[in-house]
Unconditional design. Structure first.
Length: 457
């Protein structure tokens, strides 16, 4: 079998081949039919539990085996007297990496996650088969969230979107679906649809705010993405970079929640980040990162502080433009830690990629600033203020490991990425939707992006 590491890039799709993944090897190719009896009705809890954890798992793509595998990982802990875990799982037939495991059904099903020791088959309670739903439609995500809250009310809520993701961009896509033999860059491979960045906030406006939101997906911890959902959750967890398999450390995170059901959103977010780091620090995953030349990163941020981030970012870049220190900005563009939008073939020096760490960019621009710059003192103060805010106020926890294929350390991540133009080049086609983003409307950052395009090579 030819194995691949498939990167979770949630809400929107792109996958890159690499080496073998331990997660795929754990999946069985054997089939087991689900019970023929009708799906069970969702049991009404007698007492309000502390948390309901809701996972929206779109496996209707080339990562179907990993969706099944992660649901099995949920079952190592399962729901408890204090915690509900529910999942909406989608899968399809006929796509790349299709598996016949667990009955080879297709469509969308909802499960109440229960504990069992069988890591090869899903043993959780099947609550409902909802048929051929479009998991690339924000309305379906909202419908699941509303259903789960009504069926399993709790004191606190965690909502996870699990799938591919591409940060703020909305990739262009053909109108044909993959089952008709056409290639697609969409989120739901069957429908050819995905949830656009500007649609993310609509999920929560329709279904209600949650305490903690997490993207189990690549590139989603960006200022542009987070700002769209700043009113959707108290804490937002995500990665600035590609998330490699085996995704998050669900086993230890759910174990923490089961042992600490009274934990608040920040404590839960910290645990999600800390358990992620612990898992990737294990020797087998350190070896994987070295072989694939990737680092990993995950952070938890305070959503309520995003308006202040926008204000401080605007103050800094306006002063940077007024100062006109293009040599310093050129060096910052060249040296900032950028994330893997392309690969060794399409972006050999990793200089075309346009996703970079905001703190690191501001830090480098300040380091290389001309000493007698007009307004230099004000610019330096604004840069220090912005960095201090990101590290001490916005970011609750930031975890990182490793270095990228150009040798840059992931210690240069600080919890939030942003659009930083690189060298001219096309890594992926996407719609010109930046002007529609709430972060752009609040900051005018695109004017600085335009300015940076005139700086350096």
């Amino acid at each position: 079998m030819n194995h691949k590491i498939l990167f979770f890039c949630a809400l929107i799709l792109a996958a890159a081949p690499a080496c073998a993944s331990p997660a795929l090897e754990q999946l069985s190719s054997q089939t087991r039919a689900l019970p023929a009896a009708a799906a069970q009705a969702a049991p009404r809890p007698e007492a309000l539990k502390e948390w309901t954890i809701m996972v929206y798992m779109n496996g209707k793509s080339n990562i179907e085996p990993f969706a099944l595998g992660d649901l099995n990982r949920f079952e190592t802990v399962g729901s408890s007297e204090k915690i509900n875990i529910v999942a909406e799982l989608g899968r399809s037939k006929g796509l790349e990496n299709d598996t016949t495991a667990d009955g080879d059904w297709d469509g969308v099903r909802r499960y109440f996650v229960t504990r069992d020791a069988d890591k090869e088959h899903i043993g959780s309670t099947l609550l409902e088969d909802v048929g051929a739903r479009d998991m690339g439609d924000w309305k379906e995500a909202a419908a699941f969230l509303k259903w789960a809250r009504a069926a399993y009310p709790a004191k606190k809520y965690l909502f996870i979107i699990w799938d591919h993701g591409w940060g703020w961009i909305d990739p262009k896509k053909p109108g044909d679906n993959l089952l008709d033999g056409q290639k697609s860059i969409s989120h739901d491979f069957v429908t050819g649809n995905y949830i656009a960045t500007t649609d993310m906030g609509k999920i929560f406006k329709e279904a209600g705010k949650v305490d903690l939101y997490a993207s189990m997906a690549c590139f989603m911890q960006m200022a542009e993405v987070a700002y769209e959902i700043k009113d959707a959750a108290d804490v937002i967890v995500g990665s600035e970079e590609v998330i490699q398999l085996p995704s998050l450390n669900f086993e230890d995170f759910f174990a923490f929640m089961a042992a600490n059901p009274g934990a608040g959103a920040e404590a839960a977010g910290v645990s999600m980040v800390d358990t992620f780091r612990e898992m990737y620090a294990r020797p087998e995953y350190q070896d994987m990162l070295e072989k694939t030349k990737y680092g990993v990163q995950l952070s938890a941020i305070r959503a309520a502080r995003l308006p202040a981030l926008a204000k401080k970012t605007k103050t800094w870049y306006e002063l940077a433009m007024a100062a006109g220190d293009k040599p310093a900005l050129a060096r910052a563009k060249a040296e900032v830690l950028r994330f893997e939008v392309g690969d060794e073939t399409t972006d050999p020096d990793k200089r075309i990629s346009f996703y970079g760490d905001l703190y690191n960019f501001v830090e480098l621009a300040g380091r290389y600033a001309a000493p007698a710059l007009p307004q230099g003192a004000r610019l330096a103060a604004a840069g220090e203020d912005l960095k201090s805010f990101i590290a001490g106020d916005l970011t609750i926890r930031n975890a990182w490991l490793g270095k990228d294929r150009t040798g840059k350390e992931y210690s240069n991540t600080h919890g939030i990425a942003i659009n930083i133009p690189g060298r001219p080049g096309s890594l992926i086609e996407y719609y010109p939707s930046y002007s529609k983003l709430a972060f752009e409307k609040a900051t005018g950052w695109d004017s600085f992006v335009t300015y940076l395009k005139t700086v350096g090579d």
